[in-house]
Design a protein around this ligand. Structure first.
Ligand code: HEC
Length: 180
C-alpha cells in the first residue's frame, strides 16, 4: 500500500467522522430535548401535600387561624351549596347521605348518633377543630383514607376558610375564632 492509498483511507475516515459530527449538530437542533426546570416529574398537589405531612395543607398556605380572620361568612354559606347535596345544615335536621353539620365545629369526629360513619372517620379521634376541618376539606380522601365522603375537596384555601367560618356560625354557642 503506498502513501496515496493510505491518504485515501485516512481521508475517507475523516470524512465519515465529519459527517457524523454534522449529523449530531443538525439532529440536536431539530430534536432539542425540553429541559426540566426542576428535576423529577410533577405530582398532583394532594400527593405533594400528603408527602409534606399526612394531607396537611401545603406549607405556603397561611394557617387556618390567620385565614379565618379574613374569611367571609356569606361567601362561605354560598360555597356550601355543593355540600347541601349530602348534608343538612339546619338545627335539628337529620342525616342525608352525610351526617348533619349543625354544630360540627368542635364536635367529636364521627359522633352523630345513628349515622353509619366509615371506619376512616371513626378511627380519627378528637374533635373537628378548625385545622382538622381545613385538612379534611382540602382533600377528604387524603385526610381519611377510605372515607365515605366522595366530595373531591376544595382546593382554594380562602374558600375553605369562608366555609369553615360559616360552619362555625352553625351553633347555639359558636366557638370563638382562633386569635390567629
Ligand atoms: C357526595 C356527598 C357529600 C358531599 C358533596 C359533601 N359531603 Fe361531607 N360527608 C359525606 C359523607 C358520606 C360523610 C361521612 C363520611 C364517613 O363516614 O366517612 C361526610 C362527612 C363530613 C364531615 C364529618 C362530620 C362528622 O360528623 O364527623 C364533615 C365536617 C363534612 N362532611 C363536611 C362537608 C362539607 C363542608 C362539604 C362541602 C364543602 C361536604 N362535606 C360535602 C358526604 C358528602
Amino acid at each position: 500500500m503506498d502513501t496515496f492509498e493510505l491518504n485515501k483511507i485516512a481521508g475517507a475516515f475523516l470524512g465519515t467522522l465529519l459527517f457524523a459530527m454534522w449529523l449530531n449538530v443538525i439532529s440536536g437542533a431539530i430534536f432539542r430535548p425540553a429541559k426540566l426546570v426542576k428535576p423529577g416529574y410533577p405530582l398532583p398537589a394532594a400527593q405533594v401535600a400528603e408527602a409534606a405531612g399526612g394531607g396537611a395543607a401545603a406549607p405556603s398556605v397561611a394557617p387556618i387561624g390567620q385565614r379565618l380572620t379574613e374569611a367571609d361568612v356569606k361567601k362561605g354559606e354560598a360555597d356550601t351549596k355543593p355540600c347541601q347535596a349530602c348534608h343538612n345544615f339546619e338545627k335539628g335536621a337529620g342525616a342525608k347521605i352525610g351526617p348533619p353539620l349543625y354544630g360540627v365545629v368542635d364536635r367529636p369526629k364521627g359522633s352523630v348518633a345513628g349515622y353509619d360513619y366509615s371506619e376512616a372517620i371513626k378511627s380519627k379521634g378528637g374533635e373537628w377543630t378548625y385545622a382538622d376541618l381545613d385538612q379534611f376539606l382540602t382533600n377528604p380522601k387524603a385526610y381519611a383514607q377510605g372515607t365515605k365522603m366522595t366530595f373531591a375537596g376544595e382546593p382554594d384555601p380562602a374558600k375553605r376558610a369562608d366555609i369553615i367560618d360559616y360552619l362555625h356560625t352553625l351553633s347555639d354557642k359558636p366557638e370563638p375564632l382562633p386569635a390567629k
